[in-house]
Design a protein. Sequence first.
Length: 68
Amino acid sequence: MQNTNENILKVDYNTKINHKKTRKNWTSKLGYKMRNHKIISTTVIALIIFSTLNLIMVYNFMKILQTI
């Protein structure tokens, strides 16, 4: 039972205080940071979207130039 709690459910039991605590993984930490720093996360998301669109447009432009 203890092995199941630690590995599958990500729950640890602290023997000194005798209460359970959950381990934070990187996705929950990232979500917490994004909720607290909305301007920074919005800027980063916009940068990723615009960079991707820029690469797609450059690729399509090169494709058009090759057909001419």
